[in-house]
Design a protein around this ligand. Structure first.
Ligand SMILES: [Zn+2]
Length: 376
């Protein structure tokens, strides 16, 4: 029974808050007494509810005196929706604190751990830091850049096509890959598509299970030219998931008011020289609305623009086991000036489909083929 073992348990607890804690981080806490017995457990359930350490210390009661507290994230020292946690830890008589990582929120950044040290506790940091950072990658990205973490999901054939011809709908992914996509939606604060996808696929983009979700879910349609049909599915059911149309000043006032009357939020963004929505401006606005993460579900134009702007943190490329050799086939990425490289994270099989996960980066032209390879 060592620190690593208990920290992994605390991380597991933290993960139970997935989909519900935004704009707060997921946090888990474990109180372990001198004999090595777990006497308190807690996790942050949803924004506004008690923080993990407070829940765990309440369960431990007097047994917290002289015990070790395992925390997946530095405790807060500022008054939020709930009182600060560091003084609660000191008052409980905790002797030693093992923490996975500092809180990157500007209001904390080391102050919580300093408070514990000043109050005579032994503090160990960095335990299972990689796992803790991965768990809260969206929160960390938001607090350090001010913009949401963007996950790009794409589905294609083996030869990189998404449809036989423009405007045609093609269901490529199998049921297991679709379940994976639904679980991705659940992990994110918002889903984003371009107006072309609304026209072609007319998706609902809702999240399930809806009732279990504490955080309101947003559907974002990027539409510079107000090309979407107001009867589209994405504009229905605003009580279950609010829709935001990201557009430019070119949107006619009558279209904007028609959207607003359907409870759809209109977000006017800067336009690029080509008249598209400036995605950096859009994401900065979404970040200031406390949207920590966005799942971008395409299509080819939006995906390419996101990648070219360097805004994508993770890609999940779902590859279906078929070729679409049609001459007019639509490629998964719209033509663009930048080559995109991918640092592999994982390749997995989901039913009949393959899911490739990686982190994208721009590469200069031609350099995709330069890394040394074994003879092929
Ligand atoms: Zn706290």
């Amino acid at each position: 029974m060592d620190d690593r073992h208990f920290m992994r348990q605390a991380l597991k607890l933290a993960g139970m808050g997935v989909g519900n804690t935004s704009p707060n981080p997921m946090v888990g806490a474990l109180v372990v007494d001198a004999s090595g017995a777990v006497v308190g457990r807690g996790y942050h359930e949803r924004a506004g509810s008690d923080h993990a350490e407070v829940v765990a210390l309440r369960e431990a009661g007097d047994r917290a005196r002289g015990a070790t507290l395992y925390l997946t994230l530095e405790p807060c020292v500022h008054q939020g929706q709930t009182p600060p946690c560091a003084p609660v830890i000191a008052k409980a008589g905790i002797k030693r604190v093992v923490c996975a990582m500092e809180d990157p929120d500007p209001r904390v950044r080391g102050r919580g751990l300093a408070y514990l040290r000043e109050h005579g506790m032994e503090v160990v940091t960095g335990m299972e830091a990689d796992r803790a950072q991965h768990l809260n990658r969206m929160y960390i990205h938001h607090r350090t850049t001010g913009r949401p973490y963007v996950t790009l999901k794409m589905a294609q054939s083996l030869d990189g096509a998404v449809a036989v011809r423009p405007g045609e709908r093609r269901q490529l992914s199998g049921p297991r890959a679709m379940r994976f996509v639904r679980s991705l939606r659940y992990e994110h604060d918002a889903v984003m598509v371009g107006s072309g996808t609304v026209r072609t696929d007319d998706p609902r983009l809702t999240v399930r299970p809806y009732r279990r979700r504490a955080v309101s879910y947003r559907r974002i349609v990027v539409d510079a030219r107000c090309a979407v049909d107001l009867r589209a599915q994405v504009f229905k059911d605003q009580k279950r998931a609010q829709t935001i149309v990201a557009t430019t000043e070119q949107m006619p006032a009558e279209v904007a008011s028609a959207l607003t009357s359907r409870s759809v939020q209109v977000l006017s963004c800067r336009a690029t020289p080509q008249g598209r929505v400036d995605l950096v401006d859009l994401l900065t606005k979404l970040g200031s609305m406390n949207i920590l993460s966005v799942l971008c579900e395409g299509g080819p134009t939006l995906a390419a623009a996101m990648l070219e702007a360097g805004l994508v943190c993770t890609i999940h490329l779902i590859v279906a086991p078929l070729f679409i050799p049609d001459a007019d086939a639509v490629r998964v990425l719209a033509p663009g000036p930048v080559d995109i490289g991918l640092a592999w994270d994982k390749v997995a099989r989901l039913g009949e489909d393959l899911v490739i996960t990686g982190r994208p980066h721009a590469v200069s032209e031609g350099s995709l083929d330069t890394p040394a390879r074994d003879s092929e």
